[in-house]
Write a protein that binds this ligand. Sequence first.
Ligand SMILES: [Zn+2]
Ligand SMILES: [Zn+2]
Ligand SMILES: [Zn+2]
Length: 203
Amino acid sequence: MIINFDRTAAYRCPSCGEIAFGSFSMFELSGEKGVRIECSCGQSNLIMIPENKNNFIVSIDCLVCDETHKFSLPFQSLAKKDCTEFVCPNVAVGLVFIGRNDAVRGAVVRNEQYIEEVITACGLEHTGKNGVTMLKALDKIQELSDNENLYCECGSNMIDVEVRENDLVLECCLCGASVSLSADTIRNSDFSHLKQLILKRKK
Ligand SMILES: [Zn+2]
Ligand SMILES: [Zn+2]
Ligand SMILES: [Zn+2]
């Protein structure tokens, strides 16, 4: 019997929205330093560190929550399971997949399909890798609107929202003032902590 010590880890990059892949060997991981996998955009990484000899801690900045989630990965799972999947504790979105290469890639594809279905069910189209970001942004816009913190300089609070593949456009129904927010801006700015959003009239 040939034992394969190579493993693949994949995670959802909080910065560019793509799925980042990396490979490592179980020997590397058992060292004190652990393993770090970086997204090709260079803006994020997945860190796996031994907690003790039976367990690893996996940490990842969450695309949805803007905070770091830590998951526990038992050595037994890494050694025996084809793929271990970690989901955001707040929204059911797969964030991290660790295991054998084929199984990890299969799980990633299944998770993308699932997210696509959820997004379609929410009435959005053509969002691709930005789907999760757009859902999160819509949730925030709804919250701002509910608290009367979304309005236009002209005094109107009738704001139309259009979701496109790479950006989201807010437009005042009264005066036509608009603002466009790119998915990258939404991911990499303080968008989820915005207190208010005011559309400015074109001069
Ligand atoms: Zn990235
Ligand atoms: Zn999360
Ligand atoms: Zn207006």
